[in-house]
Structure formats: C-alpha cells, structure tokens
Write a protein that binds this ligand. Structure first.
Ligand code: XIL
Length: 300
C-alpha cells in the first residue's frame, strides 16, 4: 500500500486525522489529508462551544464543513466531543446542578440528532478523570452534578443515535501502571457489568517527556479490549516525532484485534496544536513525508 489509509485497510482498520475547517482552503493540506486518511475528526468544530454557542441555539456550520468534506471524499467521521469540562460555551461554564445536567442532556440530543446515522463513533465523554495518583474523577461543573453524569451521558447518547459507537476518550490513560488508567478501566468494567452502553475507549495518546510512550501500551489496549469494547487511538502525536515510537504505537494496535484504528492529531507539524517546533506529526511544515511517516506506513 502507498498511503496510510490503504495500509490500514489491509487489516480492516482506519487511519485518520484531525482536520480544521479553517484549513480546507489550503490545497497542500487538503491534498495530503484526502490522499492519506480515511477517518476524520473535527479538531474543534463539533465541540460544545462550537455547536451550541448560545443555549439551545445549535450551530453546525463549521462542523458540517468538516463532515461534508469528509463524506464527499469517501471518508468516515468520528464525533468529538459531547460532554467535556473544557471548551464549554460561557453559558454552560456558568451553570451547575440540575440545570447543567439537563443542559448536557439537551446538548447531546441536539448534536447527535443533527448527525444521526452519520457518525462512526462519538467521543461521548472526554477527559473526565483526574491526573495524578487518585484514580478518581476530575473536578468540574459536570462532575459536581453527581457521579452518575457519565453514565447519564452514555444512556442519552445511545437513545439519540443507536447507530454510533459510543466512546469514552482521555489522555494519560496509555500507561497501564498509572492510576488514571486504572480508574478509567474500572469505570468501563463497571459500565459493562451494569449494562451502561459503551462501545469503545479512545486513547488520546499525546506522548511527550512527561507522559512518554511506554511498552506496556499494548497491555493497556489488550486490557480494555478484554472488557468487550473497541479501542481507538484517537489523538496521536509524539513530541520529537520518533519514528521508532510511531512504529511501536502502530504495532501495539495491530497486535489487538479490537484496536480498530488510529487517528493523528493534525496533518503537518505546522498544523499541530503543540507547535511545529515539537515535530509531533507525520508531515513536515512543507507537506513532506517525515521518517515517522515511512515508519508508520511500513508498520501498518
Ligand atoms: C485541542 C485543539 O487541537 C486545539 O486547537 C484547541 O485550541 C484545544 O483543543 N484533547 C482533546 C482535544 O480531546 O480536543 C484537544 O484539541 C487536545 C487535547
């Protein structure tokens, strides 16, 4: 195979990228994105502040630009994200208690209904666990509505669009020995035992000096999969851009049948939220394939 998507398809997987609506007029960007990737995530355009800027006034203009570009080019779409402590519109940041809980439910219904039947998988809840050694939930206005907010989000999502896979997505849950990973693992196990609808776990996989790739990543993927959920690598970037580490990530996914796909969080280094100087992606700022690209292609 000569592209990432075609190479991933050889094992029934996808290879995706985060795409920004504001760059769809950049022909170098769209040429690479269209050629190499077969799954698209909106980098910001389907987040809460983008889709419901004023309460109960939904706006899908930017999200639809991404969605339409993807589908017109034969690609599937991951939805990102419905319930999150970050990138909330001001009106939601100011809310608490039962009114916030109802606003979360209304938001999930509004966005999922607009994209009903069109999304491969939704990141229903994003980044709900705390960093550090507690293994517990992150404090947030959503968490303060009650510990059941995550399962309410998932039950709401299942009813809104039964055709979408429903994912829990987080960072720093890649390293099996970390308390945060174990906290999420215990939640997913509990959800499966109690019949709370969940289909997948997204490992964001932003690797850097403080949270480096660890060889127990494969154990993490295997362990989640053994609970009966798919695993997706949803926001991969590697600061420093090590070709070896990129290959390790791909090999770990390919070792687990229920690891269904990999998404990188941007196209060129110059598109990365981390800044081009960290060299985290597969194409350089001129759109050239990096050593990491070849490493990934060969590993797939
Ligand atoms: C980032 C985007 O890349 C930036 O453009 C934005 O300013 C902030 O959010 N975890 C996530 C993503 O789930 O939504 C974040 O995306 C990166 C970390």
């Amino acid at each position: 195979a000569s592209t990432l998507a075609a190479a991933a398809q050889q094992s029934g997987r996808y290879f995706g990228a985060a795409i920004a609506a504001g760059k769809l007029g950049d022909s170098q960007y769209t040429t690479i994105a269209n050629r190499e990737f077969d799954m698209i995530t909106a980098e910001n355009e389907m987040k809460i502040n983008a889709t419901e800027p004023n309460q109960n006034q939904f706006n899908f203009s930017s999200g639809d630009r991404i969605y339409n570009w993807a589908v017109q080019n034969g690609k599937r779409v991951r939805g990102h994200t419905l319930a999150w402590h970050s990138q909330q519109p001001g009106w939601m940041e100011a809310m608490s208690g039962n009114s916030l809980r109802q606003a979360m439910i209304n938001h999930i219904n509004g966005v999922m209904n607009h994209y009903k039947g069109k999304i491969y998988a939704w990141d229903v809840v994003n980044e709900a666990f705390a960093d550090g050694n507690s293994g517990g939930r992150r404090d947030s206005n959503l968490q303060r509505t009650g510990n059941d907010w995550i399962e309410v989000a998932f039950r709401t999502a299942r009813a809104a669009d039964p055709s979408a896979k429903l994912c829990y997505n987080d960072y720093n849950i890649d390293n099996w020995s970390w308390a945060k990973t174990q906290g999420v693992y215990n939640m997913v196990r509990d959800f499966k035992q109690r019949g709370v609808p969940i289909d997948c776990v997204g490992l964001q996989s932003h690797f850097n000096g403080n949270s480096p790739y660890n060889s127990n990543y494969r154990t993490t993927i295997q362990s989640f999969a053994a609970l009966g959920v798919d695993v997706q690598i949803t926001e991969l970037d590697i600061q420093g851009g090590s070709a070896t580490t990129y290959a390790n990530v791909v090999n770990d996914c390919l070792a687990v049948p229920r690891c269904t796909g990999i998404t990188v969080w941007g196209v060129r280094d110059s598109d990365s939220w981390l800044g081009a100087n960290t060299s985290p992606l597969l194409f350089d700022g001129n759109g050239n394939k990096k050593a990491a690209y070849t490493s990934v292609l060969n590993a797939l």
